[in-house]
Design a protein. Structure first.
Length: 124
């Protein structure tokens, strides 16, 4: 499994993983692994020690856009003074460029946020 795929799965599943780690008393250890990931350090062993690697592997295998549409992403209406309805074509991606997470924009959805870095995903 590639690191980018693993980090994408970690980002998507982080709220659930944090809850689980708190319940098992591993919250502090998980936060240490997350800090290492933010610094660009390897996290596979830390996730394995917490028993989370096997939980993330199935999600990492399908860390592709949640909506399979045409290549290159979805369409997003850009606000304009003239209300011309200009449209941008693209995907939301990891703001740090460290994972393979891709989200396609859908009307009415909130801006997706990277749970690992605490920043909105970048559009492009």
């Amino acid at each position: 499994m590639e690191t980018a795929e693993l980090l994408g799965a970690l980002c998507r599943q982080l709220p659930v993983l944090r809850d689980y780690a708190r319940q098992t008393g591993d919250g502090a250890a998980l936060e240490e692994v997350l800090a290492a990931a933010r610094r660009g350090e390897p996290v596979v062993e830390g996730l394995r020690e917490l028993g989370l690697l096997r939980v993330l592997e199935p999600f990492a295998a399908r860390a592709t856009p949640r909506d399979t549409g045409p290549p290159g992403g979805g369409l997003v209406a850009l606000p304009g003074v003239d209300h011309s309805g200009r449209v941008a074509h693209g995907d939301y991606r990891c703001p740090a460029g460290s994972c393979s997470r891709i989200e396609q924009p859908r009307p009415g959805d909130d801006l997706p946020v990277c749970a690992l870095h605490g920043r909105p995903l970048g559009f492009g």
